[in-house]
Design a protein around this ligand. Sequence first.
Ligand SMILES: NC(=O)c1ccc[n+]([C@@H]2O[C@H](COP(=O)([O-])OP(=O)(O)OC[C@H]3O[C@@H](n4cnc5c(N)ncnc54)[C@H](O)[C@@H]3O)[C@@H](O)[C@H]2O)c1
Length: 373
Amino acid sequence: MRIAVPKEIKNNENRVALTPAGAKEFVKEGHEVFVQQHAGVGSGFTDEAYEQAGAKILPTIESTYEAGDMVLKVKEPIAPEYGLIKENQLLFTYFHFASNEPLTRAMIQSKAVCLAYETVEKPDRTLPLLVPMSEVAGRMAVQKGANYLEKPLGGRGILLGGVPGTLPAKVLILGGGIVGTQAAWMAAGLGADVIIMDVSLPRMRYLSDVMPKNVKTMMSNEYNIRKLIGSTDLIIGAVLIPGAKAPHLITRDMLREMLPGTVMVDVAVDQGGCIETCQPTTHENPTYTIDGVLHYCVANMPGAVPYTSTLALTNATLPYALALAKNGWQESCLHYPELGSGLNIVKGDVVYQAVAQTFDLPYVPVSYYLNQH
Ligand SMILES: NC(=O)c1ccc[n+]([C@@H]2O[C@H](COP(=O)([O-])OP(=O)(O)OC[C@H]3O[C@@H](n4cnc5c(N)ncnc54)[C@H](O)[C@@H]3O)[C@@H](O)[C@H]2O)c1
């Protein structure tokens, strides 16, 4: 199969969908890999590194899309890319169709096969191609929080771990899933006093088994949150209710009960945020302050660490991409049911029910295409 890797052109996107190590795996299995010039530079990979791995470098985005039976990307195609996508071409990338009607209609029109990272879902309901980005964001949340707690940046001026003879900072993490767990490891490692709140007892039992002694768990409810916020230095929002807007666990009035210079990092901002006063921000302008409480609400945190994010993402996507190249999308989707749930649009038909419902489009069950095989 011919694999094409274009350079991402979405604003501030420095990740790339394939590393030189990944390119080598494709080449070893007899596939051809075409990488657009400078596609990997933002993540630290030179054109020469891809060439040494056996890939061919193409000069333009047009020639790269043209070369591929399968296009590997990170972000959804944006308008200038719509016309480059060919009928029957397989696109494997994040799409987030339900929040983007023009993209949905453009991909229907292209008659391409659109396999979305974000809906690849295992039978236990985990999302293996979203987990790596949650891991990055969770770890980053503590780095950011520790940084913004410094006085010149608007924080309380407290060192997360303290020093001998002083108490460490108090960190409250709302949600003990992937983001919350990774944040807890980081904060605990720096010596902070950490509390994770969740509503799932099995999850808290697990966390209390595996976490170090400076991490405690507590049931998430308004009473407990109000009890803690007056003495907490850093609050991290990491709640997810799949398919729904995040609940507002920190309400506007609670800000007045907090210490001036408290820092809140709402990682759940992409689902509306679990802090009522959360508004999406960007890496260029990441924070704002309300009632003396500093808010950090960047919606694409992993974008700031493209080297790590690219490696983390491609570690998860590569086995699937190799299977797709070896067996084609139909056989691969039958073999790995989670890949089947990644199919969103196939040759002009919407095969993912939630997307069809969102835009009132006709829905064709994915089995229609897989059973033809
Ligand atoms: N901003 C970014 O750059 C970025 C990057 C990655 C992920 N995210 C977002 O971070 C959020 C968390 O993702 P995740 O992968 O950790 O999800 P997850 O499903 O692994 O964890 C969510 C946790 O929230 C808990 N929860 C649900 N309701 C709760 C409540 N009322 N109080 C406390 N806990 C509650 C669940 O029990 C679960 O343990 C998601 O919204 C995700 O989209 C943002």
